[in-house]
Design a protein around this ligand. Structure first.
Ligand code: ATR
Length: 279
């Protein structure tokens, strides 16, 4: 059987997912094709999905702006997707569509690979900046790693409160304003920036001041491009360790591919290739 996989979202013409998944198919020796199914805001989302359902697709990735919008069209939702309120992967099981979210675990896997020592001491305090879908997934995945203190700072405190109350028994979470978070930065071993602030073309925008950053901390931004945000550049200038999201892109894809095919494709040789593409 030839596997039919693809991505829905808008705009997706520059997505790296076809490059990643077609390479996975090749590595796994699986006959298949990963294609782009762009759904523009003028299209009927429902009609496009119906068409995909009848075309017997085996698996989909879902990206901006449809990660939440797809949920009512699914037959089942995995617990991580439910907790996150967003879906980035759909598995079609005999026509039954099941929604998953591999973004948070993909991010954490990439971070763990680069900085395993942070994960060895679960009393290390973590600060998440932002409280959107990405922040929610990362919060859940870090909580699942056993960290006891994960604080959230956001421009709008109510969204951060909602994540803090989303039911992670063991984790203590304080909700902070962005300014307040900047003032208390020295308390955190890991700072995770999850918003679009600082992305091109506004690369000079910075979500918080790093004046109080401890040089022993790690500053991570989920942005894929290396060192393009002023936050990461300043963190490096101040002697802190830095991390960005290119490995999240690979690991979320690896987990999605595993859901579709049960194959865990090694990605070690793809990290440098991806860096070259992104630079
Ligand atoms: P995603 O799913 O990618 O996380 P999202 O759900 O739209 O995207 O969330 C965007 C996040 O970026 C939110 O935390 C948002 O803050 P608010 O909850 O206050 O809207 C944050 N954000 C976006 N633009 C921002 C800005 N200019 N300054 C501070 N935070 C910003």
């Amino acid at each position: 059987m030839r596997l039919k996989l693809g991505l829905i979202g808008y705009p997706i013409q520059h997505s790296l997912s076809p490059w990643i998944h077609n390479r996975f198919l090749e590595k796994a020796g699986t006959d298949g094709q990963y294609s782009l199914f762009e759904i523009s805001p003028e299209d009927s989302f429902e009609k496009k999905l119906e068409h995909l359902k009848t075309s017997e697709i085996n698996g989909l990735n879902v990206t901006v702006p449809y990660k939440q919008q797809i949920i009512p069209y699914l037959d089942e939702l995995d617990w991580k997707a439910e907790m996150t309120g967003a879906v980035n992967t759909v598995v079609s099981n005999n026509g039954k569509w099941i929604g998953y979210n591999t973004d948070g675990t993909g991010y954490v896997r990439g971070l763990k690979e680069k900085y395993p020592s942070v994960f060895r001491d679960t009393s290390n305090r973590i600060l998440i900046l932002g409280a959107g879908g990405a922040a929610r997934g990362i919060y859940q995945a870090l909580a699942a790693e056993g960290f006891s203190r994960i604080d959230i700072a956001n421009r709008t405190p109510s969204s951060a409160e909602a994540i803090a109350q989303s039911g992670n028994g063991g984790v203590q979470t304080a909700v902070l304003g962005l300014h307040e978070a900047g003032e208390s930065l020295g308390h955190y071993s890991l700072i995770v920036q999850t918003t679009a602030v600082g992305m091109k073309p506004n690369a000079e925008e910075q979500i918080i001041s790093l004046e109080h950053l401890d040089a022993d901390s790690i500053v991570s931004d989920i942005i894929y491009q290396p060192l393009t945000t002023s936050l990461l550049q300043e963190a490096r200038r101040r002697g802190a360790s830095i991390h960005y999201g290119h490995t999240m892109l690979l690991y979320q894809a690896q987990y999605a591919f595993q859901l579709w095919t049960s194959e865990k494709v090694p990605i070690c040789d793809m990290e440098q290739q991806l860096k070259n593409v992104l630079e």
